[in-house]
Write a protein that binds this ligand. Structure first.
Ligand SMILES: Cc1cc2nc3c(=O)[nH]c(=O)nc-3n(C[C@H](O)[C@H](O)[C@H](O)COP(=O)(O)OP(=O)(O)OC[C@H]3O[C@@H](n4cnc5c(N)ncnc54)[C@H](O)[C@@H]3O)c2cc1C
Length: 328
């Protein structure tokens, strides 16, 4: 049996950040992921300056695609609002593999299925043993399923559903465009350029609100296709793929003894923009700090709002989960 002081399940931003921090402190850490990297991860790949800071990213030294937006084109039901900003885009295919490599921990290609408590630690699939366990396996995290489902139940009202496509495209408009509540969508659709001729387009909304409307996300994907055609003369080249995750609900109980939940496994994406990379990174750091004995594992203060938490954040949150979209 392979033993390590810490085992991390999942090598996305949450897991690789925890691994990076623990390895720097000299802790024996093993990371398990069911995919080999680089791997496809559905995500628009928008990252905030906080992510850059938390990851201590030296932007000029980052070897892959990295684009900075000076403006967000926010559209609210036909009204365009250009918002000056400094925000960034990366390709998750490149970014996640680079972060994991930088973390420098041993990574094993393994799909975790069963977790058993043993003495003061855990045994995974009868093959791996550890003293501390970090669940960073995203929405389908086996650590969540095995240890946390009862204490941290997921609220159906906070589940998102998404469709997305990333492809090579010689875009001309370098801004990031977001369309909120388009045709009643309880969410938003996006156009996110990436450096050196890549583009990500997609649509996401709250699953239960779509169901109440008798719609599915494909309808809104087709609306987006029409919009992109009209706005940019862009024909989307193929069918998208989908993924579901949870935005931020109550997060008490994301640590049980020596087991921690981070990122999407804990349902940490923000309520107003469904931004999950920043909360994943921050919670990965916090889990590592807790294992190092530097602090409690606190994630209640990991931001749950991308737009500052004021009136706009609260209004968008309300509109996504309960509000106006049903009547549009
Ligand atoms: C379409 C879409 C667009 C998005 N756009 C943005 C955006 O622009 N900006 C933003 O901040 N957020 C965005 N998000 C959210 C963001 O992608 C997630 O919140 C973020 O990836 C969470 O990181 P994580 O490390 O928790 O999980 P993940 O990135 O999901 O990583 C989990 C890892 O665990 C592994 N794993 C899963 N199960 C097992 C198992 N049983 N055994 C071993 N390994 C396992 C997976 O292979 C994966 O590598 C978007 C999400 C979607 C779906």
């Amino acid at each position: 049996m392979r033993s390590a002081e810490v085992i991390i399940v999942g090598g996305g931003p949450a897991g690789s950040t925890a691994a990076w921090r623990l390895r720097r402190a000299g802790i024996d850490t093993l990371l398990l992921d069911k995919e080999t990297f680089p791997r496809l991860k559905l995500c628009a790949g928008w990252i905030t300056p906080e992510v850059v800071t938390d990851l201590e990213l030296d932007i000029p030294a980052y070897p892959h695609r990295f684009l900075t937006f000076k403006r967000l084109q926010m559209n609210f039901r036909g009204v365009r609002l250009p918002v000056p900003c400094v925000q960034h885009s990366i390709r998750r295919y490149e970014f996640d593999a680079w972060l994991l490599q930088r973390a420098g921990v041993e990574t094993v290609h393994h799909q975790v299925r069963e977790i058993r408590r043993e003495d003061d630690g855990f045994v995974l699939d009868g093959e791996f043993r550890c003293h501390y366990l970090i669940g960073a396996g995203g929405t389908s995290c086996p650590v969540y399923r095995g240890l946390f489902r009862d204490t941290l139940p997921r609220e159906r009202a906070l589940q998102t559903v998404t469709l997305e496509l990333e492809f090579e495209h010689d875009w001309q408009d370098p801004d990031c465009h977001l369309w909120f509540f388009d045709r009643g969508l309880p969410g938003y659709s996006w156009y996110v350029p990436k450096a050196r001729g890549w583009l990500n387009v997609g649509v996401g909304g709250m699953a239960h609100r779509l169901k109440q409307r008798g719609e599915d996300i494909w309808l809104h994907w087709h609306h987006l296709g029409n919009r992109l055609q009209q706005r940019f003369g862009l024909h989307v080249p193929q069918e998208p793929t989908g993924y579901s995750y949870y935005v931020r609900g109550p997060v008490r109980g994301a640590r049980i003894g020596n087991a921690f939940l981070t990122g999407d496994a804990a349902g940490l994406a923000t309520r107003d923009m469904c931004e999950g990379i920043g909360p994943a990174v921050r919670s990965g750091l916090r889990a590592a700090e807790a294992i190092l004995g530097r602090s409690e594992y606190r994630i209640d203060d990991v931001t749950g709002a991308s737009l500052g938490g004021g009136f706009t954040s609260r209004w968008i949150d309300w509109a996504f989960t309960r509000g106006i979209a049903a009547n549009v």
